[in-house]
Design a protein around this ligand. Structure first.
Ligand SMILES: Cc1ncc(COP(=O)(O)O)c(C=O)c1O
Length: 394
């Protein structure tokens, strides 16, 4: 049965991490894999998470199954983190999923079930897993222009021009904030313009929000979800607690359906539960319990928000620090775009060869598509990384 299978393809980002671990150079810097790190280079367990786990351990009486939709209180809290708009909450329904990855797949499956043959439009470029997940569910994929390689910002006109080709049967996947891999986000005007086009052409937005709180702040980062959900009849959203609660391995996320009315949303949720049943049956409980415990406790919520804000501000400071070092050393504004980008990632605009040079000659590990994870920088790396970027660019 297995003899004809090809040997496995290496995951480009995970194999980069493996190469980094093997590298014996003292000055090595890991800007590859997308996890937040503190100034010691550690991905911390957040304070509120530690406290919530203790509280849960003390109170837990059973490990019995939870249910196909996961933890209902988590589902409500995860939705309320995105929007407080009662008119939206009243026509929204959701399930807990194994990370936003699970949410992406479940929502892709329900699109394929409800509208077979649909096309999902992805930004060019987009998160590496978007296309494989959509295709695995049997959906067709098209790309819309997004990132302007010259300005390193969103090319809104080009995006809108491509999306004019998206019609009633089409789904448009958007990054809620902190676009992966580019770091370039839609402006408020951009969100409004895409919403207007969706109203006019009838396509359905599908927002993947995996970094809420890492860009401009918890509330501001949800603007796209809030604006679109308030102004469009139907929408799909997946959200992740991997980054903003630091729960990566606990696989904690949600898949949300916003329908024209609650009956439509609940019917869709019923199908999502059936899809979950035939896939993993039910999501893991631990991460969702942590999030619920934090969000139902005012003190834990305040502490979580304050640590998340520290993380966000650290990312901003690293961006500013790197830009300053580059400018001081080169006298050029060429990399100032790094300051304008949001969240953990920026695309440098380097070729694969230049990224290999960064790795081989300077022990700086970024992804071959030019993506660097700003959170992988420690303050003491800034000068070296800035100089390496200048050297490799010239
Ligand atoms: C845009 C985007 N969506 C989804 C995910 C998956 O997140 P999770 O860990 O919640 O599955 C990621 C993680 O890197 C991401 O960048």
């Amino acid at each position: 049965m297995f003899s004809h299978l090809p040997s496995p393809q290496q995951d480009p980002i995970l194999s980069l991490s493996a190469a980094y671990r093997k590298d014996t150079r003292d000055n090595k810097v890991d800007l590859g894999i997308g996890v937040y790190k503190n100034s010691d280079g550690v991905t911390p367990v957040m304070r509120a998470v530690i406290a919530a786990q203790q509280k849960m351990l003390d109170a837990q009486t059973t490990k019995a199954y939870v249910g196909m939709a996961g933890d209902e209180e988590f589902n409500l809290q995860a939705l309320r983190l995105l929007t407080q708009d009662q008119s939206v909450i009243e026509r929204a329904s959701s399930i807990q999923t194994p990370g936003a990855s699970g949410g992406l797949r479940m929502l892709a499956e329900i699109i394929a079930f409800s509208q077979p043959g649909s096309t999902v439009w992805l930004s060019n470029p987009s998160y590496v897993n978007h296309q494989p997940v959509m295709e695995a569910a049997g959906l067709k994929v098209k790309h819309y222009q997004y990132f302007d390689a010259k300005t390193k910002q969103v090319d809104l006109n080009a995006m809108l021009s491509d999306l004019k080709g998206a019609g009633r049967q089409d789904i448009v996947l958007l990054h809620g904030c902190c676009h992966n891999p580019t770091g370039a986000d839609l402006s408020v005007e951009g969100w409004k313009a895409v919403t207007e086009l969706a109203q006019h052409n009838g396509f359905t937005p599908f927002i993947d929000i995996a970094y809420q709180g890492f860009g401009n702040g918890l509330e501001q980062d949800a603007f796209g979800v809030q604006y679109m959900s308030a102004n469009l009849p139907e929408m799909l959203v997946t959200s992740s607690c991997s980054k903003n609660f630091g729960l990566y391995r606990e696989r904690t996320g949600s898949a949300i359906i916003i329908g024209e009315n609650i009956t439509h949303a609940n019917n869709a949720r019923g199908k999502l539960m059936q899809l979950a049943r035939s896939t993993y049956t039910m999501p893991p409980a631990h991460g969702a319990s942590i999030v619920k415990t934090i969000l139902l406790d005012n003190d834990l919520t305040a502490d979580w928000k304050s640590e998340l804000e520290e993380m966000r501000l650290r990312l901003r400071a690293l961006r500013t620090g790197l830009c300053q070092e580059i400018k001081q050393r080169s006298g050029s504004d060429e990399f100032e775009f790094i300051k304008q980008h949001q969240g953990m990632f920026s695309v440098l605009g380097f070729s694969a060869e230049q990224m290999v040079k960064l790795r081989e000659q300077y022990a700086i590990y970024g992804v071959d598509d030019g993506r660097i994870n700003i959170a992988g920088l420690r303050e003491q790396d800034l000068a070296n990384v800035a100089q390496a970027i200048i050297d490799v660019k010239s």
